[in-house]
Design a protein around this ligand. Sequence first.
Ligand SMILES: Cc1ncc(COP(=O)(O)O)c(C=O)c1O
Length: 466
Amino acid sequence: MSDIAERLAELERLGLNRRLRLVSGPQGPTVLLDGKPVLLLCSNNYLGLADHPRVREAAAEAAMRWGAGAGASRLISGTMTVHRRLEEGLASFEGSQACLLFGSGYLANLGVISALAGPEDAVFSDELNHASIVDGCRLSRAEVIVYRHLDVEHLEWSMRRDRARRDGQRRRLIVTDSVFSMDGDVAPLAAIVEVARAHEARVAVDEAHAIGTVGPGGRGAIAEAGLEGEIDATIGTLGKALGSYGAYICADEEMTRYLINVARPLIFSTAPSPPAVAAALAALELLRERPHRVQRLRANARALRRALASEGFAVADDDMPIVPLVLGEERAAMDMCQAAIEGGVFAQAIRPPTVAAGTSRLRLAAMASHTAADMVKAASVLAAAARRLSLDPAAIGPPPGQPSSSDQRIDDHEDGEAAPHEVEVGSPAEPFDLERSMDGEHERAVAEPQHAPFDHERDGEFARAA
Ligand SMILES: Cc1ncc(COP(=O)(O)O)c(C=O)c1O
């Protein structure tokens, strides 16, 4: 047996084997999944723009006008008029001085983190940040200090304890998702910015799941918190609410010029294709013209949550579009996913390393293109799936730390007001334990040996690319 076959067998044994499911047709509210019609409840096409006629037409026209591909990296011949147009549109939408397109959100995070932190520097990162942030930290070779999820006290304590404060030398970067991809909760951005100011750190915020879903006109969690102009680098993707493929970073002119010079995924990867860029431009126009789409998405999210709660799931009454249904063990999540598909609902099971061990889940995502009736049907299919597997829906709901329907019921009963979101806060006076075994990606990033330095090569490579 080859080492690869052994590894595959081990993944199978652990319930962690992955396979690609085939979806026919666009990412609409219903799709054909491996030939079977199902309600699609796990796509990030939040606003239904990936399959919107104007967005499709824009892509088709761009292919005729500018061709199918960009032909080279942004720094060679790859910056085309359509890229510039979208960058201007996004900068104006985000209220920032400048914007820079990247090939994907994954690449943007790799680029920005490795540009803002190097081997002498420190990155402070929420423990549930997306894998692309974890990999950006790895690429930077900075010291990575992982703070507890949403825990600003812990962040501040870690910054105070950081030795950079004593030598005053290294750069420090705080990086966080704004809306967390697998939990759907929101980072306390205002408090993070305050900590950053007090401790002379930069802040990068990944708005991948916030653009088009939260904030005024869908402008994201930064706008919602009134922090426009306060964040050093804002990362957004074109592949989720904006219905296309690619990503961007909004920042001031100086930061943008710096990223053009040092962000490796921008320098060493082909520019986004003109059809993808034009599609995102059309989606952005639609979002600006018709921001009520965001309301429709939020109304569907609320309808989904209420329908799930009325089926007995421990889901809180809210209008955030990402709804995690935590089942625990990998196999339980896979079985629930399969039973739901058989009932006509597609909600992919999410397992480690995407989420921590023991928190495998279905991660439901509402879309503006669903109907309220779709949401009711989805909840009833999921409840039937749980019953078929002898699972109690009341034991299925958000991850620990997030409010559930039972918190709301108790509180409504007591004083009629929803409970504030309580996060378990470890004593900030406790030593911060990087070896803590929470099975998250970050722990491994910290524990892994650093790669050998390669700065001398970088200079050579860079000279060639420029
Ligand atoms: C928070 C977050 N950041 C970045 C990405 C990567 O974006 P992209 O899909 O454009 O590579 C994702 C994708 O799932 C994400 O959830």
